[in-house]
Design a protein around this ligand. Structure first.
Ligand SMILES: Cc1ncc(COP(=O)(O)O)c(C=O)c1O
Length: 406
C-alpha cells in the first residue's frame, strides 16, 4: 500500500466509524435545489442553508440564468483576465453603487476573494490581526501569506469580538502597517462583531486598515440589506468589505468592495483571481437579478426575514434552548455534546427537518451544536414543525435547556 493510501486510511478512521454506524451526517445528496428539497425521495426542509432571503429558486432568478446560458453557455473557459463579459462589469458597477463603494471586483468564490485580498497586501511590513474565531478563508489567506517567501507578514490573533484585545495586539505589533480582519456576523455562532468599537480602535492606530467579511450580513443586516456597516451607521469608515453570492445572492461568487485603486491592484495581483476561471455568466445573471430585487424592495425582504427570525428566536428561547452567543437569524442549537448533536440531527432528518451537526474540530469540544439558520423562505409551518421536533427529541436526548429534572 502506498503512503498516501496508508495516510488516507489513518486519517479517515473517525469518519469510517461514523459511516459504519450510519451516523455520518455530511454530504447528503439533495434531489432538488431550494430550502424545500428531498433526500432519498423524502421531503426535507433545510434549516442549514444560507439562502437567507429565500431567493435562490425565485422564478425570475431561474429565468435570468436560463437566458444567460443561451447567450454565454455555462463557462468562459478562462480567467477574468481574458474572459470578462459586459455582464461581469455591469454587475460590479451596480454592486459598488448599492454597497456605497467606489469599485467592486467579482471573484469566482468568496473564499478566493478573501485569500486574494490578503495576499495582495500582506508583506513584511504588515501585521495581520485576526479574530480567533475567523473563517477558514481568512485563516488560509493569512497562512498562505505567512508561508510565502518575500511576503511573511506578522500574524497575531485577538480574542473573539474583543476590541480591547485588538487594541493590545495593535499596540504591541512589530510591523509598520496593520490589516485587521473581522466578520460582520460569525457564521457558526450567529453573533455580530462589535464593529463600532473595532472601527474606533482601528482609527486610533496609525496605518491600520480594517477588512470586514460580511458574507452573512449582506442582504440580512441594515434596513436596506447593505450589511453590518449600514446597520451600525459606519458606511464610509471601513475601506474594504468582502462578501459572497453564496448566501443571500443565490449562487456562488465573491464580492470585493473598495476604492478604485485598491480594487485595480487586487485585480492584477490576486493569484486566486488571475489564475482561476471567471464566474459563469448564468451565475452573474442570477446575482444581478437578486440585486435588482434588493434595489426594488430590500426593506420588505429584509423585514420579512427579521420577522421570521424573531418568531423563531422567541419560540426557541421559550422552549428553554441554549442559542449560545447568537443575536441574529443564525441560531445554533447548542447540544454541547457530540453524540447528542449527532442523534438530534438523525432524529430530525428522519422527520423531514435538516439541521447539520457542527462538531469538533469545527467547534471546540463541549460546543457541539445543530446549525439552525432561519431564512425568509421558511414558512410558519416549517418553523413550527422544527420547533416541535426540537422539543420532542431535545427532551429525549436531554440537550441543554431540555434536561429532565431528576
Ligand atoms: C464568513 C465567510 N466568509 C467567506 C465565505 C466563503 O464564501 P464562498 O462560499 O463564496 O466561498 C463563507 C462561506 O462559508 C463565510 O461563511
Amino acid at each position: 500500500m502506498s503512503w498516501i493510501e496508508e495516510k488516507a486510511k489513518a486519517e479517515l478512521e473517525r469518519i469510517r466509524e461514523a459511516q459504519a454506524k450510519q451516523v455520518y451526517p455530511y454530504f447528503k445528496p439533495f434531489e432538488t435545489g431550494g430550502l424545500h428539497t428531498s433526500i432519498d425521495g423524502k421531503p426535507i426542509v433545510n434549516f442549514s442553508s444560507n439562502d437567507y432571503l429565500g431567493l435562490t429558486t425565485h422564478p425570475k432568478v431561474i429565468e435570468a440564468a436560463k437566458k444567460a446560458v443561451e447567450r454565454y453557455a455555462c463557462g468562459l473557459s478562462s480567467s477574468r483576465v481574458q474572459a470578462t463579459t459586459v455582464e461581469h462589469i455591469a454587475l460590479e458597477e451596480r454592486l459598488a453603487a448599492y454597497f456605497g463603494f467606489e469599485a467592486c471586483l467579482v471573484f469566482t468564490t468568496g473564499y478566493q476573494a478573501m485569500v486574494g485580498t490578503i495576499m495582495s497586501f500582506a508583506d513584511r511590513d504588515t501585521t495581520l490581526a485576526l479574530d480567533n474565531l475567523s473563517h477558514a478563508c481568512i485563516l488560509d489567506g493569512t497562512f498562505m501569506a505567512a508561508g510565502t517567501p518575500l511576503r511573511q507578514p506578522e500574524v497575531r490573533f485577538f480574542n473573539h469580538n474583543s476590541a480591547r484585545s485588538l487594541n493590545r495586539v495593535l499596540t504591541n505589533r512589530e510591523r509598520k502597517n496593520a490589516m485587521v480582519l473581522i466578520e460582520g456576523i460569525y457564521s457558526l455562532d450567529g453573533d455580530e462583531a462589535p464593529i463600532q468599537e473595532i472601527v474606533e480602535v482601528c482609527e486610533s492606530h496609525e496605518n491600520t486598515v480594517l477588512v470586514v467579511d460580511d458574507a452573512h450580513g449582506s442582504g440580512t443586516l441594515g434596513k436596506h440589506g447593505r450589511g453590518i456597516l449600514e446597520k451600525t451607521g459606519l458606511e464610509g469608515r471601513v475601506p474594504i468589505v468582502v462578501s459572497t453570492f453564496s448566501k443571500t445572492f443565490g449562487g456562488i461568487g465573491g464580492i470585493l468592495l473598495g476604492s478604485r485603486d485598491v480594487i485595480d491592484h487586487v485585480k492584477h495581483a490576486a493569484r486566486s483571481f488571475v489564475f482561476s476561471a471567471s464566474l459563469p455568466v448564468p451565475i452573474v445573471a442570477a446575482a444581478s437579478t437578486i440585486l435588482s430585487m434588493l434595489e426594488d424592495d430590500a426593506e420588505g425582504l429584509v423585514a420579512e426575514l427579521h420577522e421570521k427570525a424573531a418568531y423563531m428566536r422567541r419560540s426557541l428561547l421559550e422552549l428553554g434552548l441554549d442559542l449560545g452567543m447568537s443575536t441574529t437569524h443564525i441560531m445554533p442549537v447548542m447540544c454541547r455534546d457530540e453524540a447528542k448533536a449527532m442523534f438530534m440531527h438523525i432524529a430530525l432528518l428522519e422527520n423531514g427537518v435538516m439541521m447539520v451537526p457542527i462538531t469538533y474540530p469545527g467547534v471546540k469540544k463541549g460546543e457541539e451544536r445543530l446549525r439552525l439558520n432561519v431564512t425568509r423562505g421558511h414558512t410558519r409551518e416549517d418553523m413550527d414543525k422544527a420547533l416541535d421536533l426540537l422539543e420532542t427529541y431535545g427532551r429525549a436526548f436531554e440537550i441543554p435547556g431540555l434536561e429532565s429534572a431528576r
